[in-house]
Design a protein around this ligand. Structure first.
Ligand code: GLU
Ligand code: MG
Length: 642
């Protein structure tokens, strides 16, 4: 999650004193980049995925699974043996928020040819194998989005969910002051604890995360947790909700991301907008996080949890008190869905109130940016959260740390990424909403689906745009329990309307009228993904017809069809999402008392099973389809009925 500077982090007061400096120079740094590369064309399509992992240790005697706090050492060894020894090493490793986390990407980006789709899964397997080979006995690299149990008894002060065990330290001086999440579980690089501390300082109180509890037969009604001797928690926690109070409960979750290099800035802006509408749909399809702090929740996705876990807005900014010390009311956390479309086609669908810094906006207009790009600088209403003493005075023409400082702490569904200064990297966009899946097969399937979709969007000049406020409504709905089958989502009815003029200046060329309510309708995810006669063609059928028109070797085609089949079946309900499967696993567990509580033993059996599935030592037809291993490994990968 962003740039790691070496050096000494400044205190919150000092960082805040430099906030305007960082913003001003961040914008200047962006302008240097913009003027240098705005007309760059013909970059080739490249892309790459990011998978985040948790390190889990199994105690088979005590039947306990814990998070191993060795991410930093593991990362050091992986980098030493990998990229530092061989620049062409097939994997790259990066730190993540949790001390029990690491992040892996392919060593080189993938290119534009179809056969690359057939290498994604192999590369993910390599990553899993490489990192696993360095783990201790009874330890595993798990791709789970949120760790189910943070040992409920933690709040009584008994250490629990980490190895080694640490007590949370809710006193002055700690980074998060959490009642449940020990600071030792935060990555040791100073960036992460500083972020944690400064978010809390800026906000003026601890972060507050309240996730609705799943009401089972024996769940107390109302469900109320008490926090004697902790006034802040008593005030902040809501009845019928699971209360959490630390950045780690959000940023300590894992996800699956994809970054694309577009051939030009206008193509990047177009892809940014189009994919923004897809975020809630694919998030619901990838739902994998039903459990928090040892309880069964009523949501399936991590999104709102992370959003709240880094919400640094003050009470004034959140609208709870009249503005006095702050400049703006701000309607969203720094981690949330995007607030404005960037392409000209998006303009008329920009129906969310944007809070922007007028001076920066005017400055960018004067520098020749168009209105839509200039207002993207609304990201710069945020303060820098960390600043390193050695990195205050920079060469704006050749460095971009101040720009990146603000940019990389706006964690939105999509990220628009200018090239780094003096590099041959092009304009990129990042797709960020997906939850990580248990297996490399599933993760490859979601990645390939999204990348293929970008090909189809570009080749067929598709148009998915709807008013951005409707995309926001979709984001809310997408997180609900079993949203993939139970909820309806706004989606554009005629996706081929853009015609040829979509990429450059479509709005005028296509002479569109104001957005009409008839342009979109509420649909099920099944309809959006698989289509429905007379209603909507469906994304998979569109991808299939694209595939038919492409020259693809037999093996790659089989792999792609298998991936699309997984997506198709998850959308129709024939296969379960990870979240649903986990819920059923817990519901059927002999220890489960239908009271929404996940005990250490249940946590252990669930993670053990997840690990077996990931290592393909057991089948899981509900999740992956029947005879999954047979289809994939007996050489009969010929089932092409996707
Ligand atoms: N782990 C975060 C998530 O689940 C993303 C962090 C990052 O931006 O890399 O969304
Ligand atoms: Mg990451």
């Amino acid at each position: 999650m962003g740039l790691l500077s070496q050096g000494s982090p400044l205190s919150w007061e000092e960082t805040q004193r430099h906030a305007d400096h960082v913003r001003r120079h961040g914008i200047l740094q962006f302008l240097h980049i913009y003027h240098a590369v705005k007309d760059r064309h013909k970059d080739v399509l490249k892309w790459g995925d990011e998978v985040e992992y948790m390190l889990v240790s199994f105690d088979h005697e005590k039947k306990k699974a814990q998070l191993v706090l060795s991410g930093e050492e593991l990362l050091e060894t992986l980098q030493e043996k990998g990229e530092r020894t061989n620049p062409n090493h097939p994997t790259l490793w990066r730190p993540e928020y949790g001390s029990y986390m690491i992040e892996g990407t392919p060593g080189q980006p993938y290119g534009g040819t179809m056969s690359e789709f057939n290498t994604v899964e192999d590369n993910m397997r390599k990553r899993r194998k490489e990192a696993t080979s360095l783990l201790g006995e009874n330890q595993a690299l798990c791709t789970i989005t949120s760790f189910p149990s943070s040992s409920i008894c933690c709040r009584l002060g008994c250490p629990g969910f980490t190895l080694p065990e640490f007590k949370p330290n809710p006193v002055e001086g700690g980074a998060s002051k959490s009642l449940f999440f020990p600071d030792e579980a935060i990555n040791k690089h100073p960036r992460f604890s500083t972020l944690t501390r400064n978010i809390r300082h800026r906000r003026g109180e601890k972060v507050v995360i309240n996730v609705p509890i799943f009401k089972d037969k024996n769940t107390p009604a109302p469900f109320i947790e008490t926090f004697p001797e902790d006034e802040e928690a008593t005030k902040a926690s809501k009845p019928d909700h699971i209360y959490m109070d630390a950045m780690g409960f959000g940023m300590g979750n894992c996800c699956l991301q994809v970054t694309f290099q577009a051939c030009s800035i206008s193509e990047a802006r177009y892809l940014y907008d189009q994919l923004a509408t897809i975020c809630p749909i694919v998030m619901a399809l990838s739902a994998a996080s039903p459990f928090y702090r040892g309880y069964v929740s009523d949501i399936d996705c991590r999104w709102g949890v992370i959003s709240a876990s880094v919400d640094d807005r003050t009470r004034e900014e959140r609208g709870l008190e009249p503005l006095k010390n702050n400049h703006y009311r701000i309607s969203k956390s720094r981690y949330d869905s995007i607030d404005s479309y960037l392409s000209e086609c998006g303009e008329k669908y920009n129906d969310i109130d944007l809070t922007k810094d007028k001076e920066i906006y005017e400055q960018l207009l004067q520098e020749g940016l168009d209105h839509l790009l200039a207002q993207h600088a609304h990201l710069f209403i945020r303060d820098p959260l960390t600043l390193f003493e050695e990195k205050i005075h920079l060469d704006d023409a050749n460095e971009s740390d101040h720009f990146e400082n603000i940019q990389s702490t706006n964690w939105q569904t999509m990220r628009f990424k200018p090239p780094p200064p003096n590099s041959d990297i092009g304009w990129r966009v990042e797709f960020r909403p997906m939850e990580v899946q248990l297996t490399d097969f599933e993760n490859s399937a979601y990645v390939v689906f999204v990348v293929l979709l970008t090909r189809v969007i570009l080749s067929y000049k598709l148009d998915f745009l709807i008013p951005l406020s409707k995309v926001d409504e979709n984001m809310k709905v997408a997180q609900k329990r079993d949203a993939v089958l139970q909820e309806l989502f706004y989606f554009r009815k005629d996706i081929c309307k853009g015609g040829n003029a979509v990429v450059d200046g479509c709005g005028k060329a296509a002479g569109r009228a104001e957005p009409a309510a008839e342009e979109y309708a509420l649909m099920t995810i099944d309809t959006i993904i698989n289509g429905k006669e007379g209603v909507f063609p469906g994304l998979i059928p569109v991808l299939n017809s694209y595939l038919e028109s492409m020259e693809v070797d037999v093996d790659t085609r089989c792999s792609i069809l298998n991936y699309l089949k997984l997506i198709k079946k998850r959308a129709s309900g024939e296969l379960m999402t990870v979240a649903k499967w986990m819920r059923e696993f817990i519901a059927k567990h002999p220890d489960y008392k239908q009271d929404s509580v996940i005990t250490d033993q249940m946590n252990y059996s669930l993670l053990l099973k997840c690990n077996q599935i990931a290592n393909e030592s057991c089948e899981c037809p509900e999740l992956l389809g029947p005879a999954f291993r047979k289809v994939r490994y007996s050489g009969s990968k010929t089932d092409s009925s996707a």
